[in-house]
Design a protein around this ligand. Structure first.
Ligand SMILES: [Zn+2]
Length: 287
């Protein structure tokens, strides 16, 4: 496994390397971490690893790696619950399972990453998944991200390889400061505050990390609102949870993800901040 160019600490590298078995990884992996950013990065890394066509996988330079890194790979999906519901419906699970049997379209493998699996996968949804996990189609990988693997059914866990990541949260100073400003802007009732705060994204070098830090703070808001512990910023987490519903915070997280992709695609920053400001405000105020 190639770790150069990836920002993992030693313990994460060790956990990920342990999955490698002569160039292959297990078909069903549970990544457990309270730091959702870290588990998402690990999942992205693993999906790059299985689709990469380079020598030293993931090479980070081949087309497959690029697409995987920017979440634009046709064979790597991050299914979200449909219709704004918080959990996967049976109907959606069936269509995911059906899809898993269709051959990959651009790589030799297919990957499904389920974020927040311990909350989004109900017992019924997990049960519908069992047979597939037991006899997965060739070169299909399932990665389940969760805060606590114990919340998953034992029957699911017994079919998965569980990776536990340590909860090291390591963020540079500037993105941390910037992200705090943006989240305060989101909480503020004045549009101008948010627009002004979003200007920090003009610092291109830090924009990416700033957005992922915003995401982490929003996640803290979600954590507080479901009664679990905030990881990064408890104070802002509490403010978010008291100001917005869970559904709204989830929408904001998804919006933040979308904007992170737009930044990677080199969208004009003024356009992005105006759009982002409007969207955060729309979510805040919609009924
Ligand atoms: Zn590659």
């Amino acid at each position: 496994m190639n770790f150069s160019g990836f920002d993992f600490d030693e313990s994460v590298k060790k956990s990920l390397s342990a999955l490698d078995n002569h160039g292959r990884i297990p078909h069903a992996i549970v990544i457990e971490s309270k730091n959702r950013e870290a588990s998402l990065e690990a999942a992205k890394y693993l999906s790059m690893y299985v689709v990469c066509t380079g020598d030293n996988k993931p090479c980070k330079v081949c087309e497959q790696c690029h697409k995987a890194e920017n979440k634009g790979h046709a064979d790597i999906s991050y299914p979200r619950p449909e219709n704004k519901s918080k959990t996967y419906s049976i109907k959606q699970m069936r269509s995911i399972i059906k899809d898993a049997y269709i051959r990959p379209s651009e790589a030799d493998a297919k990957v499904y990453v389920f974020e927040d699996a311990d909350n989004r996968l109900t017992d019924i949804a997990q049960n519908s998944f069992l047979k597939l996990l037991e006899e997965p189609p060739q070169n299909v990988y399932f990665i389940l991200l969760c805060d606590s693997a114990q919340k998953l059914l034992v029957t699911i866990l017994s079919r998965c390889t569980v990776v536990r990541l340590k909860n090291n949260v390591k963020i540079s100073e500037k993105p941390l400061e910037y992200a705090g400003k943006i989240v305060k802007g989101i909480i503020s009732s004045r549009e101008y505050d948010l627009l002004l705060a979003l200007n920090v994204l003009a610092d291109k070098e830090n924009a990416d990390e700033t957005l992922s830090t915003v995401r982490m703070i929003l996640r803290d808001g979600l954590a507080v609102s479901v009664g679990t512990k905030a990881v990064l910023n408890e104070k802002l987490g509490k403010e978010l949870a008291s100001r917005f519903t869970k559904g709204k915070i989830i929408e904001m997280i998804e919006l933040t993800d979308d904007s992170a992709i737009k930044i990677k695609q080199n969208i004009n920053i003024n356009l992005l901040t105006t759009w982002l400001c409007g969207e955060y405000r729309r979510i805040s105020w919609q009924r």
